[in-house]
Write a protein of this length. Structure first.
Length: 221
């Protein structure tokens, strides 16, 4: 409930800020996102896993409120990977061997953030806001070190269909001329809910923290 109240207050603040501006200069920017992400899944099951650099891509829409303020949203496809190397396991014959495994999470990512433009040229960007992730699927890729054989050595956990939280970010924007802009943004997304979907075992806990490096190309319409 407290997270819902936070979201409502944030949206009310954005609405108040929007209506306090002069609407005669209403403009939009639309664009494309391409970037890398590094995701850390905090939970007992993944304590020995390490994050792997993966990718994100999508579309962006920015509403210009004033010279200094804007409202930005994206819709992105996020591929998040964790790996565990040199895991010792045993087969039905009692033989031990080592495997490397990767767990791949795929999400539809929808952030909504308020942007403040800093400097005389307004080219330094400061972002803060919220995000919602819709879970698409999860995949385990496990490989035996001795044979290179791939197999299903780990069961898939039950993951909730949603994730949400807050984000902060900083960036720099280049004016390419002819209403075109190129921005480099570093964003950190902090997940709030427990992602595990086990109602009978509340001791299991899993949360996300995703660091993103984003290249965003926009044009003014």
């Amino acid at each position: 409930m407290k997270y819902s109240k936070f979201t409502i207050l944030f949206l009310m603040f954005l609405t108040t800020l929007s209506f306090s501006q002069d609407y005669s200069g209403k403009k939009f920017k639309i664009g494309l996102n391409l970037g890398a992400n590094l995701s850390d899944f905090n939970g007992s099951v993944y304590d020995k896993y390490s994050p792997v650099t993966s990718y994100s891509f999508g579309l962006s829409v920015e509403y210009i409120i004033s010279e200094k303020w804007s409202l930005l949203s994206n819709i992105n496809y996020d591929n998040k990977i964790m790996k565990f190397e040199n895991f010792r396991t045993i087969n039905l014959n009692g033989d031990y061997f080592f495997v490397d495994t990767k767990t791949i999470f795929n999400y539809l990512n929808i952030p909504l953030n308020l942007r403040y433009n800093i400097g005389k040229r307004n080219n330094i960007l400061a972002d803060a806001g919220i995000f919602y992730n819709y879970f698409l699927n999860l995949e385990h890729v496990t490989t035996r070190q001795d044979t290179g054989e791939k197999g299903a050595y780990f069961s898939k956990p039950r993951i909730k269909k949603y994730d949400y939280g807050f984000l902060i970010g900083f960036g720099y924007r280049f004016n390419l001329g002819n209403k075109n802009y190129l921005s480099f943004i570093v964003r950190d997304e902090f997940g709030l809910p427990n992602l595990y979907d086990y109602k009978t075992n509340s001791s299991l806990n899993l949360k996300t923290n995703t660091l993103k490096l984003i290249l965003n190309w926009q044009f003014l319409i």
